[in-house]
Design a protein around this ligand. Structure first.
Ligand code: PNS
Length: 173
């Protein structure tokens, strides 16, 4: 197939989907590495995560990502609702990127990847997490922060600032 025919002239467009409630340095590491491999990386924030009500609004989550990824010029931030498989087709995305922290991540990500491929014909590429962040998750970050633990080393500065602002609203100092 010609370069024009398979759409490769525009480069390879990747999507990194997630709840990002909030972004962690584990996410940042995966985005930086994906941006080295692919021509464009769209960090796509799901509008209504199925898990639970997010702590941060959609705008807050997108702003924290944009501010934290300013140093990488082929990264963009967007949001989507509904099925990821439909969104990647509509956006003509070439590949879905997911980070894998531990073996148990693989079990759920494997079925998700196969379902997404059957919906969109787009494959998922897995990047292993940096071992420094293999136990870091957005939910643990929130729990540890609000119970007074140190999370400075595992979230980007804009996230730390926004978490502190949220805490000040709940518990004025
Ligand atoms: O950061 P998360 O919460 O692990 O991200 C999960 C996410 C947003 C990637 C996943 O929930 C998702 O793709 N949601 C969109 C709905 C969808 O497509 N569901 C079917 C997946 S096969």
């Amino acid at each position: 197939m010609s370069a024009a025919g398979n759409g490769r002239r525009r480069g390879v467009h990747a999507i990194y989907p997630g709840s990002f409630d909030p972004l962690t340095l584990g996410h940042v590491d995966v985005i930086e590495r994906a941006a080295h491999i692919f021509d464009r990386v769209l960090v796509a924030v799901v509008v209504n995560p199925q898990k639970r009500e997010p702590l941060f609004s959609l705008d807050e989550r997108k702003r924290m990502i944009a501010e934290s990824m300013r140093h990488v010029d082929n990264v963009e931030v967007a949001d989507f609702r509904g099925l990821l498989g439909h969104y990647v087709k509509a956006q003509r995305i070439d590949v879905i990127v997911k980070g894998l922290r531990v073996v148990s991540d693989f079990e759920s990500e494997m079925s998700t990847a196969l379902m997404n491929r059957s919906l969109s014909e787009v494959d998922t590429v897995f990047l292993p997490s940096d071992p420094r962040y293999s136990f870091v998750s957005s939910s643990l970050v929130k729990e540890v922060f609000f119970l007074g633990g140190d999370i400075d080393w595992c979230v980007p500065v804009p996230v730390l600032r926004t978490l502190r602002e949220k805490r000040a609203l709940v518990r004025p100092v």
